[in-house]
Design a protein around this ligand. Sequence first.
Ligand SMILES: Nc1ncnc2c1ncn2[C@@H]1O[C@H](COP(=O)(O)OP(=O)(O)OP(=O)(O)O)[C@@H](O)[C@H]1O
Ligand SMILES: [Mg+2]
Length: 230
Amino acid sequence: MLAAPVVKTVGLKKTYMLGKVPVNALCGVNFKVEQGDFLTILGPSGSGKSTLLNMIGALDKPTDGQVMINGVDVSTLNDNQLADLRKSIGFVFQFFNLIPRLSARGNVELPLAIAGVNKAERRKRAEELLTSVGLKDRMNHKPAELSGGERQRVAIARALANSPSFLLMDEPTGNIDSKTAKEIIGLIKTLNQDDGVTIIMITHDEKLANQGKRIMMMLDGAIVKEVDVQ
Ligand SMILES: Nc1ncnc2c1ncn2[C@@H]1O[C@H](COP(=O)(O)OP(=O)(O)OP(=O)(O)O)[C@@H](O)[C@H]1O
Ligand SMILES: [Mg+2]
């Protein structure tokens, strides 16, 4: 049997109410992401990219339409099931969201600890992950003692800790210089090509979007174009 798409949306709509004024952030979005895909979502500020990401990550509820994750309709899940679903997604954000007080290793160990992995096992896994993102020599550094690119590598290692079914990234290179951004994209590409990690990445940058396998362009809450990258 063919596996269900990792993500599928049907007629997805989101309207925010600003006082009495409705803001139509998503106006009927339909798309699919299959396992092993690397989709980039490109669009100007305010086009609905983060809103879409919040729906796919089950961080917020749509006004109308469906989100299916690995064949499961998110709207049928209770709070515990939603929490479990979120744990199966690797989130990476623009501002890293690392815990300042914890070392790089501690940050990567945290989701493993929450998942109940024992101390020796999680230390081993965190060290493997940090090594795989090129931070073998930075494990004991705290976020403030790391560069922007290194912080984002820690965030990516952390997102991978519980072997997520896909990575969901909102402007992962939005807060780092363009040279470091290229390195981070190189890392993300390797994860996709060599390890088969499914990736959905929002970016403002057309050049970076071209590093994925497929580009979806958004404007005013709708998909206006889909392109396969050659
Ligand atoms: N909580 C909210 N309440 C009201 N309106 C909102 C809310 N969040 C987003 N919006 C509006 O919805 C639209 C889409 O916002 P969204 O954050 O998804 O855009 P974006 O494409 O991610 O933009 P950016 O590239 O600047 O991050 C915008 O017009 C925004 O003003
Ligand atoms: Mg955004």
